[in-house]
Design a binder for this molecule. Structure first.
Ligand SMILES: Cc1ncc(C[n+]2csc(CCOP(=O)(O)OP(=O)(O)O)c2C)c(N)n1
Length: 586
């Protein structure tokens, strides 16, 4: 844009988004956003996606970002539109996902007056954004947008909110030019690790007898898979990746010992508890991984490679911190580590891995959810883009879909957001230029954002929706089963449940009729759907889902009683593992 013309704030925003390379915006209009949507009306370079709920827009932007690695963009109008974005912003924040969220705001003279549809989004999102801005003058707008993208995408990525009052959107200015670069004295992420610390890490690795690589989402964010494989193979160390790190190391590699933590593999948890050196790369020691912190990895020295200095020794005291980008640090470390062999250590762990990493008993008369995921893995060749909601199905997907490559696994790890699966699949599909994405949900979580079926259908997105229907809020039921004496309070989703609050009696008839009828629901959105009840039909049904053009929905009626194993009780030590009794009996 030249300098002489007058531009509105809305036009500046759109030009800036284009200059940032944004090709897709997910949002929902409203009073104060109308000027912005009006300016977008003529925009030919961006897909402006009308979701059916602002939460859907935020999760879609998140899914887009997880696939592409660049900030997803979402927007909602002032007040309720903006607050509807909040869950999606928090989800992105806890998983370090780059996002620029734009909230409409009432005009600046009305700020603080409880005006119609006013909500203090800067206040609301302060603890769940990497940074946020309230733009009070159009002159600030270009720099704010530049900063927002820079902050969202750099260092430890995260969501940035731009709160945009209506009068700033409609104000005009001449002399607009978008800054090419940005200088922020108070914010300069450190990318290169300290050479002295890298050397110390190499020395510790050389001394270790039982080294373990513990990799998190940071490996995916920094694109360090190749370097990680090189390190692990050179030093002959087993590797565990957190839920967020799945795909950061190939799930079928012989050094891989599975995911650690509450539903981690026995091999991974024993590896952590018995290791003498943990090489943590881009992982933050979440409590779902560490269990009882005081009993976590009692014999290990800890090297912690992380781009965020604030996460060093935040939860676990670290011996050798290396602050910087995981890929760069691993590349440097690979230059100085010496090849080693740890056959005994690996053989010890392999013992736990030998028969199975996780394990379940398959049945010929009941459809087991784990089997559905295994078959899905097989018929998609193990390289599908997969999103989930939160619950048992999420853990089974994490355990049984052995992700080989990064950016294929899209799940809400930190916040654990039910309702994330369908809209994030939509965003991921846009990121893949309307490519196929598999969305796995429970029957509970699917109902939290099912309105996005419309967006998916209208945009012709080949989202393959798999509902693992166990007629329960399964993960909560599992906790009630194990820790609350089978008092199934408020977890049964059947329509004719007659057990009086689902709590006192244990004979809730989970074979009763069910609501809603997902098949008819899906068909009302003109999305073909099928229901599978027996194990013999699942493979063919999955192939049908894969081979049918466009979106489809496959409802799998799985065992209502299946639980996720192994399990470490909250607050227990990692080697206090509850296993599947059915497997013990064998
Ligand atoms: C928005 C939200 N509300 C509540 C929860 C708590 N929660 C975690 S798992 C779960 C049950 C999920 O049930 P379902 O979607 O049917 O999946 P399943 O566990 O049966 O696979 C609940 C209620 C959550 N994670 N997110």
């Amino acid at each position: 844009m030249g300098n002489k013309k007058r531009y509105t704030g809305a036009e500046i925003l759109i030009d800036a988004l284009q200059k940032e390379g944004v090709d897709t915006i997910f949002g929902y209009p409203g009073g104060v956003l109308i000027p912005l949507y009006d300016a977008l009306y003529d925009c030919k370079t961006m897909d402006v996606v009308l979701t059916r709920h602002e939460q859907g827009a935020a999760h879609a932007a998140d899914g887009y970002a997880r696939v592409t690695g660049k900030a997803g963009v979402c927007m909602g109008t002032s007040g309720p539109g903006a607050t509807n974005l909040v869950t999606g912003i928090a989800t992105a924040f806890l998983d370090s996902i780059p996002m620029v969220a734009i909230s409409g705001q009432v005009a600046t003279p009305l700020l603080g007056t409880d005006a119609f549809q006013e909500a203090d989004l800067v206040g609301v999102t302060r603890p769940i954004t990497k940074h946020n801005f309230l733009v009070k003058d159009i002159k600030e707008l270009p720099e704010v947008i530049k900063k927002a993208f820079y902050i969202a995408n750099s260092g430890r990525p995260g969501p940035v909110l731009i709160d945009l009052p209506k009068d700033v959107t409609t104000a005009t200015m001449t002399g607009y030019s978008y800054p090419e670069t940005i200088e922020m004295r108070s914010y300069r992420p450190n990318l290169d690790g300290h050479p002295g610390q890298i050397k110390r890490a190499a020395t510790a690795i050389k001394r270790a007898k039982k080294p373990l690589v513990y990799a998190g989402g940071g490996v995916i964010i920094s694109g360090a898979q190749k370097e990680l494989i090189h390190l692990a193979e050179t030093i002959d160390a087993p590797v565990t990746t957190t839920l967020m790190g799945l795909g950061g190391f190939p799930g079928d590699h012989n050094l891989f010992v599975g995911m650690p933590g509450m539903h981690g593999s026995k091999a991974a948890n024993y590896a952590l508890q018995n290791s003498d050196l943990i090489i943590s790369v881009g992982a933050r020691f979440d409590d779902r991984v560490t269990g009882d912190v005081s009993k976590f990895a009692p014999h290990a020295k800890i090297i912690h490679i992380d781009i965020d200095p604030a996460s060093i020794s935040k939860i676990i005291t670290v011996d050798i911190p290396v602050v910087g980008d995981a890929q760069r640090i691993l590349a440097e470390l690979n230059k100085v580590v010496q090849p080693a062999k740890h056959e005994e250590w690996r053989a010890y762990l392999h013992g736990f891995k030998e028969s199975y990493l996780y394990g379940y008993k398959n049945k010929s008369d009941v459809l087991m959810p784990q089997y559905v995921i295994e078959e899905m893995h097989r018929i998609t060749g193990g390289d599908a883009f997969v999103t989930t909601d939160v619950g048992q199905h999420q853990m089974w997907a994490a355990q049984y879909y052995h992700f080989a490559n990064p950016r294929r696994w899209i799940t809400s790890g930190g916040l654990g957001t039910m309702g994330f699966g369908l809209p994030s699949a939509m965003g991921a599909s846009f990121a893949l230029d309307r490519g196929p994405v598999w969305s796995i949900s429970g029957d509970g979580g699917f109902q939290m954002n099912l309105q996005e079926l419309a967006t998916i259908k209208i945009n012709k997105l080949p989202v393959k929706i798999i509902i693992l229907n166990n007629k329960y809020l399964g993960m909560v039921r599992q906790w009630q089963d194990i820790f609350f004496n089978k008092r199934y309070s408020s977890v049964c989703l059947t329509a004719d449940c007659s057990c009086d609050g689902c709590g006192t009696e244990q004979e809730c008839d989970t074979r009763g009729s069910y609501m809603p009828d997902f098949i008819r629901l899906s068909e009302s959105y003109d999305i073909p759907a099928r229901r599978v009840t027996d194990p013999g039909s699942i493979t063919e049904a999955l192939e049908w889902a894969r081979d049918t053009e466009g979106p489809v929905l496959l409802e799998c009626m799985v065992s209502p009683e299946a639980n996720v194993f192994p399990m470490v009780a909250p607050g227990a030590a990692l080697d206090e593992i509850i296993e599947d009794e059915e497997l013990q009996d064998e």
